[in-house]
Design a protein around this ligand. Sequence first.
Ligand code: GDP
Ligand code: MG
Length: 439
Amino acid sequence: LGSSLRGTLDKLRGKSRLSEEDIEEIVKEIQRSLLSADVDVSLVMELSDNIKERALEEEPPAGTPARDFVLRIVYEELVDLIGDSTELPLEEQTILLAGLQGSGKTTSAAKMAWWFSTKGLRPAVIQTDTFRPGAYDQAEEMAERAEVEFYGDPDSEDPVEIAREGLEETSEVDVHIVDTAGRHALEDDLIDEIEQIEGVVEPDTSLLVLDAAIGQGAKEQAQQFDESIGIDGVVITKLDGTAKGGGALTAVDQTDSSIAFLGTGEEVQDIERFEPDGFISRLLGMGDLSQLAERVERAMEQTEMEEDDWDPEDMLQGQFTLNDMQKQMEAMNNMGPLDQVMDMIPGLGGGIKDQLPDDAMDVTQERMRTFSVIMDSMTDAEKEYPKAIGASQIQRIARGSGTSEEEVRELLQQYKMMERTIKQFQGMGSEKEMQRMMQ
Ligand code: GDP
Ligand code: MG
């Protein structure tokens, strides 16, 4: 279905004005894509009305192809509905997870804890599920895999008491993530229980965990949980499957909240902070990188991103410093691995990437974590001019960051390799040549 949307959009390539029929056709395709992604019917109608109205009324800015103009309207309307990711400050906080059994709460609790630990915070998972057999063991094992602290009590049958004790026992950590039991359906005792837990825990943020495959059922769940504990954000799990998670839109709309995280696999590292671009292309079934590139680029122009936001194109101009590398690593969480980011830069096609050494772009999450810690112990001057870092500085940095000199050297090596790669790109030629290659 996504491909028919793309087909329709492709037909408009080169046109600078759209007829009413063109717009009707696009809107129909968008409706089809959204409905097949499980977006609520009334939401789809509302969205498509807005898109149609704007596409007919607004004048495309001079020089903007009609196709881009419409895509931008679609994008803006969806961003408007979905919004930015749920705000989660990198500081002390308590997060409560709610949702039905099997939605992915326990997995998400460990994933989120892992995610916070990559941000330098100390998290703990508190498991209060006394209902599901094996819940304790599963949560403990996942917390172990995430290398985060864990509290639970396999002998207790009182989830509220476990929550209370869990908070006390883990009082020294920064982020408390409280996992709860679910049921197959929204039974009263589930709602009672989570209300009581909420009362004891007093979470800063309550997240509703939803399976991406949830269709129209999202509405009732969202409403119930919002009424009982108040929902501040949504976690969508199992996005690695075929489901596109459109039901989450209903939940977001229903609870007037936003999306916090996306779960994309069974491992603790398979978590992404929500970011509208990727999610929207998935919803519309236009997830390929060249399309994504266009949209990301367009979005950048459109929203005039804040100055210090990292732009992959900056990397291709001027000096590549350790600061760039650090920003790049941070951006990876949102934009995907560097080789994919490369794909998003106009003019850097797959052909060029193939010429790179295999490991040039390979920075695993774990290494990234270590690198981040190391860089925090460097001075700005060192980060701006890494070539000047000598043996004595390496010693100091290793000691300051609690890492080994070998790890610091590894970081510098990685930096060198990336710098060389970037240089290679810079040497590729003028902007004109790049433009030519884009066509
Ligand atoms: P809970 O009952 O809400 O705690 O759900 P669980 O965390 O136990 O997850 C239920 C099942 O879904 C488990 O088999 C998980 O491995 C699986 N699961 C959770 N999140 C994801 C995900 O993002 N992708 C995939 N493929 N499986 C997931
Ligand atoms: Mg569970």
